[in-house]
Design a protein around this ligand. Structure first.
Ligand SMILES: [Zn+2]
Length: 347
């Protein structure tokens, strides 16, 4: 809470300027964060079905991430590519999000592998003989007595139980959930980054995870909403491009989705963000594909090609990709206007 009313407009303008530069930074893709999902003690999904390789998601995501980083470094030499991890280490979701935010990423790419709940199957592997004995009761009430009959043998089947690999196969791309936008707004407000040419307002912001107290003012929230919408639209743009690249291979491209419960790292990052479920570790063919050098390379190249196209689209577009009809333009004039209005109200 701010006690000094005179301070409100100055802080707001500083805050809005810093948000404004977030959008400007989006005009040029300078930094891309690649996150290999899971790691260390968090193995992620497991290919633990009959005939499966028993592989762990964390190793697949790391292998694809390392290949993607190398591919992007080759294809986009002017862009800084930051992997969240390059070895088998554990990182909590906030740690992953912090790496993205502190490096001022313009794009956050999370690599994962999908899984379904495996069903248990059984097959008869033989028979065995067991002894049975009938039990009968004689009498009623307190006089009721248990009496054993004759012993006899019966033959019963012996079963082997196993997990059945899933039929589901293919790659899907996930976005932050629209109804979780408040989290994204928080990330944008807390992580509003500064461009290189904004030294004059640098004193108002921590250069990493900046701590400007935006006080949830309506202007800031509204502007943050504009950016959340932009990030959402840009995320969809990139997700569609990745899906198209996957579809061009002979594997199923399952499309672009939003998870009902949201995806924490996608919500907590102050940038467009997509999560790629590269394939099903619980599917026989997908698991082999995901563990193969050729498969990992093919997926990495699909994602890299999509990112390259996305970068060209973003950098060559004249305006930031938000339809002017549906979203207020955060021009400095409007900002000053609404700031003045609101600060008058609060006084
Ligand atoms: Zn995962």
């Amino acid at each position: 809470m701010l006690k000094n009313k005179m301070f409100v407009p100055a802080l707001l303008i500083a805050g809005l300027l810093s948000l404004h530069t977030v959008a400007q930074a989006q005009k040029k893709i300078k930094t891309i964060i690649v996150d290999a999902g899971h790691g260390g003690k968090d193995g992620g999904a497991h290919g633990g079905y009959e005939g499966g390789l028993g592989s762990w998601e964390k190793n697949i995501t790391l292998a694809i991430s390392n290949k993607l980083v190398a591919q992007l470094q080759k294809d986009l030499p002017d862009v800084k590519i930051v992997p969240t991890r390059t070895t088998d280490i554990y990182q909590s979701p906030p740690e992953k999000a912090n790496i993205a935010n502190q490096n001022h990423g313009d794009l956050f790419i999370c690599i994962h592998a999908d899984a379904v709940q495996l069903q248990t199957g059984r097959r008869q592997i033989g028979t065995k003989s067991i002894v049975r004995q009938d039990v009968i009761y004689i009498g009623k009430g307190k006089k009721r007595k248990k009496k054993y009959g004759k012993k006899y043998n019966i033959v019963v089947p012996v079963y082997d139980y196993y997990k059945i690999g899933s039929a589901r196969t293919g790659t899907s791309i996930w976005l932050f959930a629209a109804h979780k936008t408040n989290d994204k707004l928080d990330a944008i407000e807390k992580g509003g980054q500064l461009g290189e040419d904004d030294d004059q307002i640098d004193s108002t912001a921590d250069s990493t995870f900046n701590n400007i107290d935006f006080n949830d003012t309506r202007e800031t929230r509204m502007l943050a909403q504009v950016y959340a919408k932009r990030y959402q639209e840009k995320s969809i743009e990139l997700a569609d491009l990745i899906n198209d690249e996957i579809a061009a291979t002979n594997r199923p491209a399952l499309g672009v989705y939003q998870r009902q419960k949201g995806i924490w790292v996608l919500q907590a990052t102050n940038m467009p963000a997509v999560l790629i479920e590269t394939g099903f570790i619980t599917n026989y063919n997908d698991e082999r594909y995901l563990n193969s050098d050729a498969g990992q390379q093919e997926i990495a190249e699909c994602i890299a090609r999509a990112i390259k196209q996305y970068k060209e689209q973003v950098e060559n577009s004249k305006t930031v990709a938000v339809p002017a009809t549906t979203t207020p333009d955060p021009a400095p004039a409007n900002v000053t206007d609404s700031t003045t209005k609101d600060s008058t109200k609060t006084q």
